[in-house]
Design a protein around this ligand. Structure first.
Ligand SMILES: *[C@@H]1O[C@H](CO)[C@@H](O)[C@H](O)[C@H]1NC(C)=O
Ligand SMILES: *[C@@H]1O[C@H](CO)[C@@H](O)[C@H](O)[C@H]1NC(C)=O
Ligand SMILES: *[C@@H]1O[C@H](CO)[C@@H](O)[C@H](O)[C@H]1NC(C)=O
Ligand SMILES: *[C@@H]1O[C@H](CO)[C@@H](O)[C@H](O)[C@H]1NC(C)=O
Ligand SMILES: *[C@@H]1O[C@H](CO)[C@@H](O)[C@H](O)[C@H]1NC(C)=O
Ligand SMILES: *[C@@H]1O[C@H](CO)[C@@H](O)[C@H](O)[C@H]1NC(C)=O
Ligand SMILES: *[C@@H]1O[C@H](CO)[C@@H](O)[C@H](O)[C@H]1NC(C)=O
Ligand SMILES: [Zn+2]
Length: 411
């Protein structure tokens, strides 16, 4: 179903998109995000209408055909059904032995870390990253990053709906050199969504980022609440070529204002991380969600410097490309690459990816901005158990002997 409600005005608007010179759209995945006409203008009053409804999981019936074709061409893991959300905000898998700890499922909500997950950093590296932006609190963070000359050292896992509301703020992060990555469209628990809903959550967030960054295709995503399993990983990698980044330290900054959690108590948590062991390096869960979460980082960074942490984006920490079709926000772009070259450049070949099906599709996305579902913006700490401790860092020769802190699920 190639629906065209909003593609029509796009196609009619201009013969060719006006794009910056660094634009390059020839990666195998970039074809999924090409538009027939002009790229939506963030200054135009109708900007939001070119995307699905705000804070709702995009309706599968309105998805671009190319995305669904790609979904149907990849092999998804067997024995990994859609999860049910439990009353305690966890997940449950009908008829699956060991639930999310089943190796076929490997849910991070259950503490299982897949070999392909990025969850820790090289020793002495603090993987500087912020979830849930862009928000009204973001500019204060961006000013601070610039003042400390670390604006090019941060990964921003952004929510598509927030980009739709604050496109210029996202472009500010991009323009100053921040690494832009995906944190879904409406921030749901992804393992509870159908395959098609997962495609919509990821695809539309990639689309809006691509549209606003001169065609860059995100290469990294962070699952909301850390809720990811092998089915969702397979879709993120197999349909969209994205790496999954979780975390090894939750600052709990998202809880500020609830249950006695304050800016000061989270700063204490940060102090513990910053002054603790340097190996393995830290992938924190931090947010540009509001002024308080931003404040925690502003007040903690001096201590980070004093303790000799290097701060790094996700791709720089792992020696990967920033985007699937560009090494960074400016400078030379990566020439057209074959699927194998992309996979090699990204450092991994997902076993579920079907290389023969990854040829560029010619179909351009079109938009039906209808939807169903919804969620809120906060994170939960996985109820960590002795799951698969295989580390992405192990591929880089870094210690894999990390066990996540066994914190209880809260809320
Ligand atoms: C998508 O838009 C088309 C054209 O307006 C409409 O016929 C169709 O019902 C829409 N689909 C959904 C799921 O809203
Ligand atoms: C879990 O969800 C599936 C559909 O996704 C449904 O068929 C099943 O009844 C649900 N199980 C429970 C225990 O709610
Ligand atoms: C990283 O730190 C861990 C823990 O201190 C240590 O065992 C390991 O040898 C270090 N790795 C490197 C590459 O320095
Ligand atoms: C953000 O927090 C700082 C420090 O507490 C405060 O000075 C500032 O007024 C706050 N800004 C907003 C917009 O609330
Ligand atoms: C920021 O990143 C650059 C490039 O990777 C690196 O050279 C620099 O040391 C980083 N800054 C800090 C404070 O870690
Ligand atoms: C990934 O697979 C492609 C073939 O699809 C191959 O050419 C390439 O060497 C592989 N890369 C790695 C890192 O295994
Ligand atoms: C962990 O990694 C090793 C070596 O790469 C592999 O043999 C093993 O199957 C992995 N374990 C799991 C549970 O994925
Ligand atoms: Zn989040």
């Amino acid at each position: 179903m190639l629906l065209s409600l909003l593609a029509l005005p796009l196609a009619a608007a201009a013969a060719t998109p006006t794009l910056p010179a660094f634009q390059h759209r020839d990666s195998p995945f970039a074809a999924l995000f090409k538009r027939d006409g002009a790229v939506p203008d963030p200054n135009a009053p109708d900007f939001a209408s070119h995307y699905p409804a705000n804070w709702k999981t995009p309706d599968p019936s309105g998805l671009p055909k190319a995305w669904l074709d790609k979904l149907h061409s990849i092999q998804l893991p067997a024995n990994n059904p859609v999860a049910n959300k439990t009353s305690s905000s966890g997940t449950a898998y009908d008829g699956i032995n060991n639930q999310g700890n089943n190796p076929d499922v490997c849910s991070f909500t259950f503490g299982c870390i897949a070999p392909t997950d990025y969850f820790e950093a090289p020793n002495s590296t603090w993987l500087l990253n912020f979830d849930d932006g862009p928000t009204e609190a973001s500019p204060r963070l961006y000013d601070f990053l610039r003042s400390e000359q670390i604006e090019k050292n941060a990964t921003h896992f952004m929510i598509g709906s927030n980009i739709q509301s604050y496109p210029k703020t996202m472009q500010e992060a991009f323009a100053q050199g921040g690494h832009i990555a995906v944190h879904t469209w409406a921030h749901p628990m992804m393992t509870t969504l159908s395959n098609e809903q997962v495609v919509g959550e990821l695809g539309w967030t990639m689309q809006i980022i691509s549209d606003l960054t001169g065609g860059r295709i995100p290469a990294f995503w962070r699952p909301p609440y850390g809720d990811v399993d092998n089915r969702v990983r397979a879709i993120a990698k197999g349909v969209f070529g994205m790496e999954t980044v979780v975390w090894n330290k939750d600052t709990n900054d998202w809880k500020i204002g609830t249950g006695g959690t304050t800016v000061d108590s989270v700063k204490d948590v940060m102090r513990g991380f910053i002054t603790g062991p340097k190996g393995p390096g830290i992938v924190p869960l931090e947010h540009e969600l509001n002024n308080d979460t931003v404040q925690v980082f502003l007040d903690s960074y001096q201590l980070m410097k004093d303790n000799g942490w290097a701060v790094s984006t996700a791709p720089d920490a792992y020696g990967l490309l920033w985007y699937q079709n560009a090494k960074g926000n400016d400078g030379p772009v990566v020439a057209a690459m074959s699927v194998g070259e992309v996979q090699t450049a990204m450092g991994t070949n997902a076993s579920w990816a079907n290389p023969t099906s990854a040829a560029p599709s010619s179909a351009a996305p079109s938009v039906n901005a209808t939807s169903a579902g919804g969620s809120s913006a906060s994170e939960k700490t996985p109820n960590t158990q002795q799951g698969n401790k295989n580390s992405s860092a192990a591929r880089l020769g870094v210690s894999a002997a990390l066990i996540l802190p066994a914190l209880a699920l809260v809320l």
